[in-house]
Design a protein around this ligand. Structure first.
Ligand SMILES: Nc1ncnc2c1ncn2[C@@H]1O[C@H](COP(=O)(O)OP(=O)(O)O)[C@@H](O)[C@H]1O
Ligand SMILES: [Mg+2]
Length: 251
C-alpha cells in the first residue's frame, strides 16, 4: 500500500490509505481508550451525526489503528488561520454544528457524572473545594446533552461539499452542554486563542440561549475534566487557573 502520513503528534500518526485513513496510536496509549474511541464514533455515526464512518480497528505498523472514512477537505483551524476575514463565518459553522448534535435523541451514551466525580475526588484540590465542586456537579447529574469533551476547531473538517464533519469522539458522553461549552472555552484559552474563545462564547451562548455567566461558572469543572490530558507544566498552569477562580470567588 502506498503510505502517506497526513498528521503526526506525540502518540498518534494518521495515514491516508485510498479513501480511508488509519488513526494509529503508539503503544503508550491504552488499548481500551482506542477501542472506546472507535465504539463512541460508531455510535455517533449510527445516530445520524456527521462523522467519519468507522470500519475496523487493526494493528498497523505495530500501532493500534482506527480505520475510518477519509474526509476530503480542510479543518476549521487551518481555514481560520488562512482566512482571517472569514472568522465570523467559520465560527458560525463551529457553533451551529455543535447545536445540531448536542440535542441528538437517538444516541445512547454513558453519563459523564461518575467520571467527573472521580476526577474531582482524585484531583489535587483541598477537600472543601472538592465537596463544593461535587455539590455543583450534582446539579447536572441527569443532564442528557451529548457532550463532545474536545470540541475544538481542529476537530471539524469542512468537506468539498461544504459539509461540516466532526472528529475525535474519544471523550463523548451524556452531560450538561454548559460544561462542554466551558471546556471548549478553556481549550481555546490554553492554546492562547483567547480572542477566538470570546467570539465562540458570544455566539454559542446566543444560539443556545444560555447566559455567559452560567457557562463561566462551569470553568473549574471544565479544567478538572481536561487536566489529566496534559503533562506537568500545563497541568500546573491549569491548577493555577483553578486557584485563581477560587480566590476570586472568595473575595
Ligand atoms: N477522517 C479524517 N479525514 C480527514 N482528515 C482527518 C481525519 N481524521 C483526522 N484528520 C486530520 O488529522 C487531524 C488530527 O486528527 P484527530 O482525530 O483530531 O487527532 P487528535 O486525537 O490527535 O486530535 C485533524 O485535525 C484532521 O485535520
Ligand atoms: Mg483532534
Amino acid at each position: 500500500m502506498e503510505e502517506k502520513v497526513i498528521y503526526k503528534s506525540k502518540q498518534k500518526t494518521i495515514y491516508l490509505d485510498g479513501d480511508k485513513i488509519i488513526k494509529a496510536h503508539d503503544d503508550l496509549y491504552d488499548t481500551s481508550l482506542v477501542l472506546n474511541e472507535a465504539l463512541n464514533q460508531s455510535k455517533v455515526y449510527e445516530a445520524g451525526i456527521s462523522v467519519p464512518k468507522v470500519y475496523e480497528v487493526k494493528r498497523y505498523n505495530n500501532k493500534l489503528g482506527i480505520v475510518m472514512d477519509y474526509i476530503d477537505g480542510e479543518n476549521l483551524e487551518n481555514l481560520i488561520m488562512n482566512n482571517p476575514n472569514g472568522i465570523n463565518k467559520y465560527m458560525d459553522i463551529f457553533v451551529s454544528t455543535y447545536h445540531d448534535f448536542t440535542s441528538n435523541k437517538a444516541l445512547n451514551l454513558n453519563n459523564s457524572y461518575g467520571r467527573i466525580k472521580n476526577k474531582i475526588f482524585s484531583s489535587e484540590l483541598p477537600a472543601n473545594i472538592k465537596y463544593g465542586l461535587f455539590y455543583k456537579l450534582r446539579e447536572m447529574e441527569f443532564a442528557r446533552d451529548v457532550i463532545h469533551g474536545d470540541y475544538i476547531i481542529s476537530n471539524i473538517i469542512i468537506d468539498r461539499q461544504g459539509r461540516a464533519v466532526v472528529l475525535d469522539w474519544g471523550h463523548v458522553a451524556f452531560g450538561d452542554r454548559k460544561l462542554d461549552m466551558a471546556i471548549t472555552y478553556a481549550l481555546f484559552e490554553l492554546k492562547g486563542q483567547e480572542k477566538l474563545g470570546e467570539l465562540y462564547i458570544d455566539k454559542i451562548c446566543e444560539l443556545e440561549k444560555i447566559d455567559k455567566e452560567q457557562v463561566f461558572s462551569e470553568l473549574i469543572l471544565a479544567y478538572i475534566y481536561i487536566v489529566d490530558r496534559y503533562d506537568e507544566d500545563i497541568k500546573n498552569k491549569i491548577y493555577n487557573k483553578i486557584y485563581e477562580i477560587i480566590k476570586s470567588e472568595e473575595e
